[in-house]
Design a protein around this ligand. Sequence first.
Ligand code: IPE
Ligand code: IPE
Ligand code: MG
Length: 237
Amino acid sequence: MDNGIIPKHVGVIMDGNGRWANIRGLPRVEGHRQGVRRSKDVINAGVDIGIKALTLYAFSIENWRRPETEVLTLMDLLDLYLRTEIDDLMSKGIAFKVIGDREKLPSEIQFLIKNAEFLTSFNTEMILSMAISYGGRDEIVRTVKKLAQSGVDLRNVDESVFESGLDTSGMLPVDLIIRTGGEKRISNFLIWQSAYAELYFTDTLWPDFTQDEFFSAIHNYKQRERRFGTVPRKVSL
Ligand code: IPE
Ligand code: IPE
Ligand code: MG
């Protein structure tokens, strides 16, 4: 069976950078550097095949607990990305957006994010959303606070009002979540939004994740039957 429908919104948990470097006797930062290259490949592959939204998990709220040197190098890589990639995003028609608690980020990076979001805001080919300082539970708690502060009567809240307060507000539902690096867990990524997402796990470490592997994940998704709680379309005996 191949329903032939490509996912509109793909989320990716880009895991395994540290192990990739370790195996090679390199510092973890080299894994992160190579990881950034793979992210660019996947972004380009996504636009090429007509994916409408791509959400990349780049830095979790729990990742703040890593050693300071690693956090600093990750912030440096993010800073470099935000300074150098805008032209490319513009030429491909990609709108850039960050989800997560950006107030925890250095102010310079917050400024660069705002700038990138503003400059790319009219692009319509694909939304690239980067989950940075992001935690699904944290997002849900921030959403409750945001709704309460904006005067919404929480006694009458429903799913669509709640969704309007999430960082992903206005975005398409997540169809497929890919996790590299061998672990089979969600690690606080899009926990509300992934309620009915299809999950795809691969042992490939993120710095080795090629465009072809991305296409394999999409192909695998196309063979799934999504039921959303209803009955199967065909029952094979
Ligand atoms: C993912 O790779 C990148 C981030 C979490 C920033 P890791 O750094 O978690 O790599 P492993 O899982 O230790 O190999
Ligand atoms: C998840 O990876 C976060 C990102 C890929 C950014 P982690 O390496 O932080 O997750 P755990 O600790 O294995 O669950
Ligand atoms: Mg990891």
